[in-house]
Design a protein around this ligand. Structure first.
Ligand code: NAG
Ligand code: CA
Ligand code: CA
Length: 282
């Protein structure tokens, strides 16, 4: 549970820059930008080195052609920084271990245009390992823990906020209500029975946290849908710890169009249809 909180604080991004946070060392070091495969920003600035302001997406590097025009070409994996240890390894959806995410994206780039390359994604952080199948009863436990965790993360961000701007003013108002509610289940190890009971009794406290997490992930682009890439910052560190992660998010995509819509997401977390509200994402 503690590890979950640590990496969500990283997801929230700015948290790590706050010097007095006791979040401990984070073994996964996930940044929200880490999995952005799709962003390619090109700026037209005349500079001495045309590559200076030419950004390439992950797996590519800038080179100039004969006419001094910058372009993005696949990075040679051997030019990736040598990884410092196992914790930098990543496992691809091909169940192959890559030395680092740099090696992974460079290898994926080399497959660009092929069906294999299209299907290849970064699956999780750490070397590939055996992941036990997720049983039905375990699958139903997953959202219980995750919801509780999301609520606790928001409360933690709220408590530590002061002037770190971890949350916007509007978000703070929402979390304040949860934080000040005396009936709130305090953070800690709770039995699944208690978590289920609390969800029933204090259902309203869970609505905002579920929406908030969706908004944190739905960034590239902000369109009310989560792509595989947008989900990756949450999924990738979670899979090695929670073996139901993959199955959970697969079944969240109820219409199997490869995107998780807000309605699908909220339903997955047990939010009732009438409480799903895109205006709660801000
Ligand atoms: C993936 O690779 C790991 C380690 O090599 C192995 O233990 C595991 O069984 C593999 N999983 C699948 C689904 O093939
Ligand atoms: Ca999106
Ligand atoms: Ca869908």
């Amino acid at each position: 549970m503690r590890v979950w909180i640590v990496f969500l604080l990283c997801l929230a991004g700015k948290a790590l820059t706050a010097p007095d946070l006791e979040v401990g060392t984070n073994p996964v070091q996930v940044e929200t930008g880490e999995f952005d495969e799709a962003i390619e920003v090109v700026e037209d600035v005349v500079a001495e080195n045309p590559c200076l302001n030419h950004h390439c997406k992950k797996g590519k590097v800038c080179e100039v052609d004969d006419s001094n025009t910058p372009m993005c070409v696949c990075q040679d994996p051997s030019t990736c920084p040598t990884s410092a240890g196992e914790f930098e390894h990543v496992c691809g959806t091909d169940n192959k271990t890559y030395d680092s995410s740099c090696h992974f994206f460079a290898s994926k780039c080399a497959l660009e245009g092929t069906k294999k390359g299209h299907k290849l994604h970064l699956d999780y952080i750490g070397p590939c390992k055996y992941i036990a199948p997720c049983l039905d009863n375990e699958l139903s436990e997953f959202p219980l823990r995750m919801r509780d965790w999301l609520k606790n993360v928001l409360v933690t961000l709220y408590e530590r906020d002061e002037d770190h701007n971890l949350l916007t003013e509007k978000q703070k108002l929402k979390v304040k209500k949860i934080y000040e509610n005396e009936k709130r289940l305090q953070a800690g190890e709770h039995s699944l029975d208690l978590l289920a009971h609390d969800f029933e009794k204090n259902y309203n406290m869970y609505i905002f946290p579920v929406h908030w997490q969706f908004g944190q992930l739905d960034q590239h682009p902000v369109d009310g849908y989560l792509s595989h890439t947008e989900l990756a910052p949450l999924r990738a560190p979670l899979i090695p710890m929670e073996h139901c992660t993959t199955r959970f998010f697969e079944q969240c995509d109820a219409d199997a169009d490869k995107y998780i819509a807000l309605e699908e997401w909220a339903t997955c977390f047990g939010i009732k249809e009438q409480d799903i509200d895109k205006d709660l994402i801000f």
